[in-house]
Design a protein around this ligand. Sequence first.
Ligand code: ARG
Length: 256
Amino acid sequence: MRMLRKSGVILLIVISISLLLSGCGSTSSGIEDGKLVVATDAAYAPMEYLDDEGNIVGLDIDIVKAIAEAVDIEVEFKNYGWEPLFSAVENEEVDFAVSSITITDERKESFDFSEPYFVANQLILVPADSQIETFEDLKGKKVAVQINTTGHEVVKGLLGKTSSDIVAPESMPLAITEMLNGNADAAVGDNTVVLEYVKNNPNVEVKTIEDDSFEKENYGLMVKKGNEEVVELLNEGIQEIKDSGKLQEIIDSYLK
Ligand code: ARG
């Protein structure tokens, strides 16, 4: 009887210590419970957006779901918006972010990335009757971009870092609206998203312009710097869905 009681007490102590330890320095979720929380900016159709019922859906979302299935974990998406998602990863409010995030040297100083899973490039959107034909033609013009995106960087490169000709709202739909309202002569953003806008708005008179000076950009999943455990798991899943053909299948189902 006394022995039983003693082992009961020891068991309780062991349980409380492990509970304490698992609560230390980790997010509300994690690999241990088989569930990862994912931040996104769901205003970026067809990559990540809200459907009519308010669910977070899209190409990126399907890719992450397929990766999660491949490595047998659950994922929960949270719509943070573009700029807040970087601090959400940094502060460990989430385990990683998916948001058509281009892997850049600058971002690699503060974050770690998975292997690339998608290739994109910038595209220019202008009113149908615009005289603009190349990226160079944007010199001296007003240009709308989503703030702190690679599109923003590219346009800063042309117009100057602090140029007042750059209009940079917090979302891509707002950047396109600035152009439609005449507050900007052009909008610059990721090709898939600009093309989706054109496709979904056949009555809006716009045209797109490609330019050879735009470099290929690789999208990656973004984790807190040093979080090797999550990067390795995501890479394992990415490799699996590349090998199985699932990744290409998802991409083709959105972009035909
Ligand atoms: N690929 C660009 C970048 O990394 C734009 C991504 C914006 N994504 C979004 N969901 N708003 O800067």
